[in-house]
Design a protein around this ligand. Structure first.
Ligand code: CP3
Length: 341
């Protein structure tokens, strides 16, 4: 199916675009009353994510309601641990929780490498339905967590400010850590390839907990595996978003991916110098800027656009949109980007 709006894909590849494409990380869900209505019809997040028709419906909502230039499939990065044999629960208002975690080599033996098609068929089906219902209006983004971020949840068992159990494991059990990271990496490659076969037009890797590692450890326990994923996925453009990894921007410039995501702590011009000119940059408005009034949101968005002007850019926030942001403010952000010249 020919895409009617392929701005995202052209911007990712560094081709000419009439205007900068815009979408928001975590646009599907949370902020939209229409999402909350669908979610209220089922037992919770997990049932919603595992019901392909409903996952497709909430994936398309931000395209209809907000006017974004891309859809991102409604799912979560934590489907990979589950597919490897470590199930999660979503605790209301608290986030993900794993009843079992990985503590030793014997725990690792209970896990398997996930097969993208068989173990995650509900995501694959949701992608197929979404592609059909989008009918080429905008590209569909597939995604996965980076191995380090997935590892952090599998060791820690929940979110954490420090992820000290996960970081301790890198020091106390480096071989075990590498073994698990390699299993996650292979599972992720299988999963992303299955998403692409089902119709994902671009894939993004979220390394949400990149910023809690030091530069040497980041290279050894994260970049090494992100590199393997980027090298293995050759079918569609790839985006790598490593939150807080300003120290790794130079080596990210050498990854075989098209786009690097920037968070709002990163200086745009300095990031461009480190990454070089042959990648697209995505981001990076502070999500908190959307708490402003319309004029303040517009000014903040224009200020961001000014700094990216004339360079390869996909507009986005510097992290996921916060759940209590008024969707009308998101629309002001999107319209400001669309009207920017
Ligand atoms: O719009 C989209 O971006 C698509 C859907 C999506 C979800 N999670 C749905 C979700 C995506 C891309 C994610 C990625 C994700 N999940 C990340 C990486 C991006 C980031 O924010 O750093 C991470 C770290 C997670 C893990 C996760 N999932 C947490 C920490 C939480 C709880 C806090 C929160 O964000 O609500 C989730 C739950 C989750 N994932 C929800 C949604 C819509 C809320 C659950 C609900 O509706 O009850």
């Amino acid at each position: 199916m020919q895409l009617k709006n392929d701005l995202l894909l052209r911007a990712a590849k560094g081709e000419k675009v009439e205007r900068t494409p815009v979408w928001l990380m975590r646009q599907a869900g949370r902020i939209l009353p229409e999402y909350r209505a669908v979610r209220a019809s089922v037992s919770g997040f997990i049932e919603l994510a595992q019901t392909p028709e409903l996952a497709a419906e909430v994936t398309i909502q931000p395209v209809d309601i907000l006017g974004v230039d891309a859809a991102i499939i409604f799912s979560d990065i934590l489907v990979i641990p589950e597919a490897m044999g470590l199930p999660y629960e979503m605790v209301e208002k608290r986030g993900p929780w794993f009843p079992e975690t990985v503590k030793s080599a014997s725990d690792l033996k209970k896990l398997r490498i996930a097969d993208g098609v068989d173990d995650l068929s509900y995501v694959i089906d949701a992608i197929k339905i979404t592609k059909k219902n989008l009918a080429g209006r905008v590209p569909l983004i597939g995604f996965a967590g980076a191995p380090w971020t997935i590892f952090a949840y599998m060791i820690e068992g929940s979110g954490s400010k420090t992820f000290s159990k996960a970081r301790a494991m890198l020091y106390t059990e480096p071989e075990l850590s590498h073994e698990l990271l390699q299993m996650i990496t292979q599972s992720t490659i299988n999963y992303l390839k299955a998403q692409i076969s089902a119709g994902a037009d671009l894939v993004q890797i979220f390394d949400s907990w990149a910023g809690i590692l030091g530069p040497d450890q980041y290279e050894e326990f994260s970049m090494r595996y992100i590199r393997q994923i980027c090298d293995a996925i050759t079918e569609v453009p790839k985006t790598v978003f490593a939150k807080g990894a300003f120290f790794a921007l130079k080596s990210m410039g050498e990854l075989s991916c098209e786009t690097i995501g920037l968070d709002w702590n990163m200086e745009i011009k300095r990031s461009r110098e480190l990454i070089g000119t042959d990648k697209t940059l995505q981001g990076n408005l502070d999500p908190a800027a959307l708490y402003g009034n319309d004029a303040q949101v517009e000014a903040a968005a224009r200020h961001m656009m000014d700094q990216f002007k004339g360079t390869r850019h996909i507009a986005n926030l510097g992290h996921g949109v916060y759940p209590d942001i008024d969707p009308e403010k998101v629309k002001v952000f999107i319209e400001t980007v669309k009207n920017y010249r």
